[in-house]
Design a protein around this ligand. Structure first.
Ligand code: GRG
Length: 333
């Protein structure tokens, strides 16, 4: 997503996110300077910090006007970002990625073995911090790590599968993306000791936001150019990961489905990739997939009723508006 998340621009959050940043760096200080360097690599490379921002902002719905986050809320935000980072280290090994967050990926610089171990180290640090926040947070974070693995395994089971169902796709993005955004909000709510119905709504917000976010990301991979994405587009099709607009074309049947089905199912050369993308772009199914993303973004906004009168609730609503804006931008590609 090209434009910055408005949530992250809020001056009231800047100080809290600065504390998140310091604790993130401190949390990966190992006795061995080499391990510290490898484990710090993607922290120092930046990232949007959407998950910590969601944790802090969810906690801040406790008051009408946002105040500074407690030390425990900052720790909760750090634990969630460390899990995200660990998953990126492992994902880049699986994808043989060369870049991440605009810098050389960990696997490309130090090799797969060190990238996997450093990813494990980040997950261990995340678990240690979560345990300091109590058994509910520790259990939730562990269960979420399992959900990430389940989502990713489900994706692997369907690579190059032209029969991948929409249900299997949704289950995969639920696990690999939406679960951690939901957990970010939930941990903020638990640590701030919000009423249970509010915690449930914030969790629903994070989950729906995550579903919409991943669907838009997947659509952009098919319809946007390399320049618009800032990385090679069409990556999912090449890797055999068939996402919502592609699955909708295949399921609709007819000439487009037949032509696309003939191109997919195995490795694609450059011309076949261009053909596959233009079939999907011309099919009308991109708009249908964008409508699904819009539905999830509306669900996210709708989950904020209980916190609508708070400054932090308004900030989360602005984040879902921003997501809707990214759906509009994707529709223009
Ligand atoms: C060991 C935790 C663990 C997981 C193993 C590899 C794997 C299983 C899961 C992959 C999960 C994954 C990478 C999902 C994609 C999530 C996603 C949308 C990443 C991009 O998030 P942004 O845009 O990235 O928030 P930044 O860099 O801004 O933080």
């Amino acid at each position: 997503m090209a434009s910055p998340n408005p949530l992250l621009q809020l001056p009231t959050l800047a100080d809290d996110l600065g504390r998140v940043e310091s604790q993130l760096r401190q949390s990966v200080q190992a006795e061995d300077p080499f391990l510290t360097e490898v484990a710090s690599h993607l922290i120092l490379a930046g990232g949007k910090r959407v998950r910590p921002a969601f944790a802090v902002t969810s906690a801040a719905t406790r008051a009408l006007v946002m105040g500074p986050a407690t030390a425990d809320v900052v720790s909760g935000a750090v634990s969630v970002e460390l899990v995200h980072l660990g998953s990126l280290y492992h994902d880049d090994v699986m994808d043989d990625a060369t870049t991440r967050r605009t810098v050389e990926s960990v696997n490309a610089r130090w090799g797969n073995l060190k990238a996997i171990l450093a990813g494990d180290y980040l997950l261990a640090r995340a678990s240690e911090i979560a345990a300091s926040l109590g058994t509910e947070v520790a259990g939730l974070l562990a269960a979420t790590i399992a959900r990430l693995c389940e989502g990713q395994v489900l994706e692997l089971q369907h690579t190059f599968d032209v029969g991948r169902t929409e249900e299997a796709y949704l289950a995969s993005i639920d696990g690999k993306t939406a679960s951690l955004l939901a957990t970010a909000c939930r941990i903020g709510g638990i640590v701030a000791e919000l009423p249970r119905p509010v915690i449930e709504q914030l969790t629903h917000f994070g989950h729906s936001y995550g579903m919409a976010f991943q669907i838009v990301d997947d659509i952009l991979d098919v319809v946007a150019t390399d320049e618009q994405l800032g990385k090679p587009s069409g990556h999912d099709l090449v890797e055999g990961v068939y996402t919502l607009p592609v699955l909708r074309v295949l399921a609709a049947g007819g000439a487009d489905a037949d032509r696309l089905g003939e191109l997919l199912g195995g490795p694609l050369d450059g011309a076949d990739l261009d053909d596959a993308r233009s079939i999907v772009r011309g099919s009308g199914q991109v708009d249908a997939a964008l409508a699904s993303a819009r539905d999830y973004a509306h669900q996210a906004a709708g989950a904020l009723a209980e916190v609508a009168d708070t400054e932090a609730g308004a900030a989360l609503a602005a984040a879902s508006d921003h997501l809707l804006e990214s759906v509009r931008v994707a529709a223009d590609h």
